[in-house]
Write a protein that binds this ligand. Structure first.
Ligand SMILES: NC(=O)c1ccc[n+]([C@@H]2O[C@H](COP(=O)([O-])OP(=O)(O)OC[C@H]3O[C@@H](n4cnc5c(N)ncnc54)[C@H](OP(=O)(O)O)[C@@H]3O)[C@@H](O)[C@H]2O)c1
Length: 255
């Protein structure tokens, strides 16, 4: 009985470890042939996801407004064992012409796009501001970045994904939905969830899986007081980026 108690957990851990190694190897093989665009890649969650995808050999397009920050991420991405290609594109995701430039550059350079990770986001106005106190500039910045941006990118990249009958889209969502005092941001993330679910239904027949990733509360420029390291998001992000065909779509996954 004691023996059983001692050996059973060990074999479970061993099996888990073996499964993780195998999954890691599968991810590597899978991602070496993939082209991935990551928005908000100059900092925080976008940066660690970009680094992780590069670590598995993916070709990367890094998108954000501050070119210097994108270049720093690119330097990290090209540090690893893989000889990865990284393209930095300065872009405001809420601006149609900017997103069209991204689409055109991806089409010209790589001819395909397999993975889109929407990390670009802004958090305004300051917490505690009620909806009726929020200013129009904050509304426009938040809605344009957090909602219009992922829609513009989806609109731009979906024809490529349909042509190749493959796509994995990850939208960074939040636990702040219907949250008093965080109204504008909450509304942007609730609407992003609606976009995720709707696009998932529309695109599943083309083998394009659209899911939401809820990172919890992690320490970034947006959340300087958060308790957790952004790297905790990486395993789930890699899993969603490499979901096998037929896996769920339109789902909110929590770290
Ligand atoms: N941190 C958390 O606890 C937490 C929790 C829930 C959800 N999230 C979500 O996770 C995502 C990543 O946030 P984060 O925590 O990593 O914060 P972050 O470090 O502030 O990252 C946000 C990134 O978005 C970019 N960005 C902002 N506006 C943009 C625009 N209009 N066009 C292009 N890029 C833009 C910023 O770079 P530029 O200023 O250079 O453009 C920045 O690199 C966001 O969608 C956020 O809402 C975060």
């Amino acid at each position: 009985m004691v023996k059983e108690c001692m050996t059973f957990p060990c074999s479970v851990y061993l099996m888990k470890a073996v499964r993780m190694c195998l999954r890691n190897e599968e991810n590597k093989m899978e991602l070496e042939s993939r082209v991935a665009v990551v928005t908000g890649a100059g900092s925080g969650i976008g940066r660690v996801i970009a680094q992780a995808l590069a670590g598995q050999g993916a070709t990367l397009i890094l998108v954000g407004r501050r070119e210097k920050r994108l270049r720093e991420t690119a330097a990290d991405c090209t540090n690893g064992e893989h000889d990865v290609q990284v393209l930095c594109l300065q872009c405001d995701v809420g601006v149609e012409a900017d997103v069209e430039r991204v689409r055109a550059a991806i089409a010209e350079r790589f001819g395909r796009c397999d993975i889109a990770v929407n990390c670009a986001g802004v958090f305004r106005p300051k917490p505690g501001t009620l909806l009726h106190e929020s200013d129009v500039a904050a509304w426009d910045a938040v809605i344009n970045t957090n909602l219009r941006g992922p829609w513009l990118l989806l609109r731009a990249l979906t024809p490529m994904m349909i042509a190749q009958q493959y796509g994995r889209v990850i939208n960074l969502t939040s636990g702040l939905k219907h949250a008093a005092g965080h109204g504008v941001y909450s509304i942007s993330k609730s609407a992003l969830d609606a976009l995720t679910k709707t696009a998932a239904q529309e695109l599943k027949r083309h083998n394009i899986l659209v899911n939401a990733l809820n990172p919890g509360w992690v320490r970034t420029e947006m959340a300087t007081n958060a308790p957790d390291d952004p790297h905790k998001v990486v395993p789930l992000a890699l899993r969603l980026a490499t979901l096998p065909d037929g896996e769920p779509s339109g789902v909110e996954y929590h770290v």
